[in-house]
Design a protein around this ligand. Structure first.
Ligand code: BG6
Length: 474
C-alpha cells in the first residue's frame, strides 16, 4: 500500500535502545553475583570471555548520561538473575538490589523509562545443576525471581519483558550457550520442547503475578519475530512458510496473547513424539498469565522452501544462529533470499520485512508493540581523532525507522523502538568485534583497552531522530 501522507510517530513514543546484562555489565562475579550459564560456558573460539564486557557495572552513570544526551525516552536493559539471587533461589543479594536500584534511579533522573528484561540468556549455573529448564520446578524458580523483582523495583518500573528470545533459546540454544540436556536424553526434540513448555509456564506465572502485584505495569514477551517468506508461489512453499512461521513466531505469540499452543506446531510435535507433558494446572496458568504488550526483536526475515521428507536424503544438521535458518525434513528448509543484501556477518538485511512483520503481528494480535531489538552488527573503526564513521549503521536504522513509520501509517500500534544496542557489547557468539552500539567502547576481544566511550556518527544522527520524534531521518 502506498501512502500519500505518513502518520507521525505518536506523542510520548519511547525512543531508546537495548542491552543485556551478561553482554554489557562485566563484573560477572563481583559484589556477590553468582555465576550464570554464560560465565561457565566455553566461549566460542577467538571471542572474548564475559568477565568485563563493556564494564557497564562500573560505568552505568556515564552510559546513562550519554543515553540522556541522545534524548532517550527509554532504556531496555536486563537484570542478571544471579546478581539478585546468586543461586537462582534462596538468599537475595543486597548488593544486586542496590545496583539495579541505582541504574533505575539514574534513568529516572533523566526522564528515561526503564524497560526491564527479566531473563536474557543467563540461567543461574546453580539452577543448571538442578536440571535447568527441564526441571518442572523451573517455572516456580522464575516466578520467585519475578516476585523479588516486582517487590524491589515495581514502584518505579512500569514496563517489563519476561524472557528474551525464548524462540531462539529453543531453536538455537547451543549457539547461545544455554541448552542443558539431561544425561540419557534420547528424544532431543521432545526434551527441548519440554523445556520450552516450562519457560512458557514460567512466563505465564510471571505475567499473572505482575498483574496481581503491579496493576498499573505493562508486561510482555520479547521473542525474535520475523516473517518467513515462501521461496516461490508454489503451494508447497507456502505450506513450508506457514510451517516455519508457526514454529519460529506464532507459537510464542499465540501463547503470550491467548495462552494456547499453535495448532501447526502441536501437530509437528505430535508427529515427532515430542509433545510436552503438562503439570496439573499448566493449561489454566497459561490462559491466566497473558501479556499486555508485545515486545519483539527484529533483524531480518527468512525464506523457506518445501523440504519433502521423501527427498530429504538424511536429516541435515540444521543448527545455525538466530537469523540463519533451519532445515527440517517434511517441514521446511531455509534458503537464501537473493533479493536481499547481507551484513558483513552474513545476516540478510530487509527493512521492508520489518514493516511486513509488524503488520502481521498487529493484524494477528492487536496488542501495542515495542521493538526491543533491531540493528546492524558491523566492524567499526575508531579514527585517530576519536570518531567512528558508521554510515552503514545509520542507513540500516534509517531504512527500518522509515518502514516502521509506514507500518504505523498502515494502522499498527507501536509504543517504542529500542534498537540493539545502546553501547557496544559482546555478541552472543561473535565477540566484541561485532559491534552494534551508538556508543563505541574502546576495547577489542583480547585487549581491554581503555574502555573509554566515544560517540559514533550514529549517536549524533539518532539524537536528531529522537529530537524530531522520528521526522528528521537525514
Ligand atoms: C539477539 C539477542 O538475538 O540478537 C542479543 O537478543 C544479541 O542478545 C543480538 O546480541 C545480536 O546477535 P549477535 O549474535 O550478533 O550478538
Amino acid at each position: 500500500m502506498n501512502h500519500k501522507n505518513l502518520k507521525s510517530f505518536p506523542d510520548g513514543f519511547l525512543w531508546g535502545a537495548s542491552t543485556s546484562a551478561y553482554q554489557v555489565e562485566g563484573a560477572n562475579l563481583e559484589d556477590g553475583k553468582g555465576p550464570s550459564c554464560q560465565d561457565v560456558k566455553e566461549v566460542p573460539e577467538n571471542t572474548s570471555d564475559l568477565t568485563v564486557c563493556a564494564d557497564q557495572y562500573h560505568r552505568y552513570k556515564e552510559d546513562i548520561a550519554l543515553m540522556a544526551e541522545m534524548g532517550f525516552k527509554v532504556y531496555r536493559f536486563s537484570i542478571a538473575w544471579t546478581r539478585i539471587l546468586p543461586n537462582g533461589t534462596g538468599e537475595v543479594n543486597p548488593k544486586g538490589i542496590e545496583y539495579y536500584n541505582n541504574v533505575i534511579d539514574e534513568c529516572l533522573k533523566y526522564g528515561i523509562e526503564p524497560l526491564v528484561t527479566m531473563f536474557h540468556f543467563d540461567m543461574p549455573a546453580a539452577l543448571d545443576a538442578r536440571g535447568s529448564w527441564s526441571n518442572p520446578e523451573s517455572s516456580d524458580w522464575f516466578a520467585n525471581f519475578a516476585k523479588v523483582l516486582f517487590e524491589n523495583f515495581g514502584d518505579r518500573v512500569k514496563y517489563w519483558l519476561t524472557i528474551n528470545e525464548q524462540n531462539m533459546l529453543t531453536l538455537v540454544g547451543p549457539v547461545i550457550g544455554t541448552l542443558v540436556l539431561p544425561e540419557g536424553t534420547t528424544n532431543v526434540l521432545k526434551e527441548i520442547y519440554q523445556q520450552n513448555h516450562h519457560q512458557l509456564v514460567a512466563q505465564a506465572k510471571a505475567m499473572k503475578l505482575c498483574h496481581e502485584m503491579l496493576p498499573n505495569a505493562k508486561i510482555g514477551p520479547a521473542p525474535n519475530i520475523s516473517l518467513v517468506y515462501p521461496a516461490s508461489c508454489k503451494p508447497e512453499d507456502i505450506i513450508a512458510s506457514q510451517n516455519f512461521n508457526a514454529l519460529r513466531n506464532w507459537l510464542y505469540l499465540d501463547m503470550a496473547v491467548y495462552g494456547i499452543y499453535n495448532a501447526i506446531v502441536w501437530s509437528y510435535l505430535e508427529e515427532n513424539d515430542a509433545t510436552p507433558v503438562f503439570q496439573p494446572g499448566d493449561a489454566e496458568i497459561l490462559k491466566e498469565g497473558t501479556c499486555d504488550i508485545i515486545g519483539f526483536n527484529y533483524y531480518n526475515t527468512s525464506t523457506v522452501e518445501a523440504f519433502d521428507i521423501q527427498t530429504a536424503v538424511e536429516t541435515e544438521e540444521s543448527l545455525r544462529d538466530q537469523q540463519s535458518g533451519q532445515a527440517i525434513p517434511g517441514f521446511a528448509r531455509s534458503v537464501r533470499n537473493e533479493n536481499l543484501p547481507k551484513t558483513e556477518f552474513g545476516w540478510e538485511i530487509d527493512p521492508v520485512g520489518f514493516r511486513a512483520t509488524s503488520r502481521e503481528i498487529y493484524s494477528r494480535y492487536h496488542k501495542p508493540m515495542i521493538v526491543t531489538e533491531n540493528g546492524l552488527g558491523a566492524y567499526d573503526t575508531l579514527t585517530e581523532d576519536g570518531k567512528i564513521h558508521d554510515e552503514y549503521r545509520i542507513n540500516y536504522l534509517r531504512n527500518h525507522i522509515n518502514q516502521m513509520n509506514l507500518s504505523i501509517t498502515d494502522g499498527s500500534e507501536f509504543l517504542g523502538y529500542c534498537p540493539w544496542s545502546a553501547v557496544d557489547l559482546i555478541s552472543t557468539h561473535e565477540g566484541m568485534r561485532k559491534r552494534y552500539g551508538f556508543i563505541y567502547v574502546d576495547r577489542s576481544d583480547f585487549d581491554l583497552g581503555t574502555l573509554n566511550r566515544y560517540r559514533k556518527d550514529s549517536f549524533y544522527w539518532y539524537k536528531k531522530v529522537i529530537g524530531s520524534n522520528g521526522k528528521d531521518l537525514d
